[in-house]
Design a protein around this ligand. Structure first.
Ligand code: PLP
Length: 359
């Protein structure tokens, strides 16, 4: 066992005697299927976070009545570590993910995580598994912190005990082709007053059935429509959506509480404005989108998210129509944005917004 580093939440470190990194083909990484050697784990018991440990990644033993499995008190985050061209290990905006995780916790009646615990756990784990961060152009390490209720109790009440875990996956590019998204008004992802603005596990469970339907029709993801008017764009499966109509880049406001406040979304708005693009946060209706497409004014559309970064949309499906977007090579905004983000993360462009944290 290595020594505990910080004082308030000492972390016991048990390193894996052997690494399985040599068994991994880094040229064929499938997103979310390869895991690094270690994980972080802590328990919330008697009102305190305790048992903080980094240990070899392994399965969990859970009671069949574990309340998260039945009543869904579970929240998560998705963030990334990068290696710069000089080999420095950097995290992208971990403070933003920390804040959002706690917003999710508050909404789901889960105790908030102390910042010291979250950051120490994250930095130590990333340091220990830093060799797993691909050095390639589009490679990175996806990091999954999550918290879930562990009371073994049958009955609806907030759990008294929780687990906080972090594990990591080396990843490559998420989409190799422009994304085909599908819009429909029947199934709704989130409502005002619901949990759409946080990363509650159940939000995603409820999207699987409509997604399966969309996949049968040949689409990759849903482009969700709002549940109040049934005609406004919301967001894509795990991405916020941007469209360029004429020379304005528009993204959907997050004020209604139905859309996740993407860290990439926020970063893209800042970059675009800094780069002289005109950006508006306002609603876009299905009709406005279709009209813009028909009149040749829809020049670009893309999703933004940690996993996919900036993903151009190739086709938008609605009813029995497919609205095809201009070829990716002709699109300026999404290509420029993707390059800018990449250059900051790789340490090639100046980190002018102080987004990168060295590990
Ligand atoms: C529903 C949803 N919207 C948007 C995003 C994009 O957020 P971020 O850029 O923070 O990854 C995600 C991914 O976390 C998501 O799950």
């Amino acid at each position: 066992m290595d020594t505990a580093i910080n004082t308030t939440f000492p972390i016991e470190i048990h390193k894996s005697p052997v690494s399985h990194i040599s068994t991994v083909d880094f040229d064929q990484l499938q997103f979310g299927k390869v895991f690094t050697d270690h994980m972080f784990e802590a328990d919330y018991i008697d009102g305190k976070w305790t048992n903080c440990t980094i240990r070899p990644l392994s399965t969990l033993q859970l009671h069949p009545a574990t309340s998260a499995l039945h009543y869904g008190q579970a929240v998560f985050e998705g963030m990334k570590a990068f290696k710069t061209t000089e080999g420095k290990v950097m995290l992208f905006r971990p403070d933003a993910n920390f804040r959002r995780l706690n917003e999710s916790c508050v909404r789901m009646a889960i105790p908030e995580l102390p910042e010291e615990l979250f950051m120490d756990a994250l930095f130590q784990l990333v340091r220990i598994d830093a060799d797993w961060i691909p050095n390639t152009d589009e490679g990175s390490m996806y990091i999954r912190p999550f918290v879930f209720a562990t009371d073994d109790f049958v009955g609806i009440k907030p759990s008294d005990t929780f687990k906080f875990i972090i594990f990591c996956c080396p990843v490559a590019r998420y989409y190799s082709k422009p994304v085909r998204v599908y819009m429909q008004e029947q199934f709704i992802r989130a409502f005002p007053g619901g949990t759409g603005a946080v990363k509650a596990a159940g939000n995603y469970g409820a999207t699987m059935m409509p997604l399966m339907e969309a996949r049968k029709r040949g689409f990759d993801q849903m482009l969700w429509i709002d549940g109040v008017t049934h005609n406004r764009l919301q967001e894509i499966g795990t991405m916020n959506v941007f469209v360029q109509i004429d020379d304005t880049i528009i993204t959907i406001p997050t004020t209604e509480g139905t859309i996740l406040k993407g860290v990439t979304r926020d970063s893209c708005i800042a970059l675009l404005r800094d780069g002289g693009y005109k950006v508006e946060e306002r609603d876009v209706t299905i009709q406005e989108l279709i009209d813009a497409h028909r009149s040749g004014r829809l020049h670009d559309a893309f999703g933004t998210g940690t996993a996919a970064t900036v993903a151009p949309i190739g086709v938008i499906g609605y009813k029995d129509e497919e609205y095809e977007l201009p070829p990716v090579e002709s699109r300026k905004a999404s290509a420029w944005l993707k390059h800018e983000l990449w250059a900051i993360r790789k340490g090639i462009a100046t980190d002018r917004f102080d987004w990168m944290w060295e590990v």
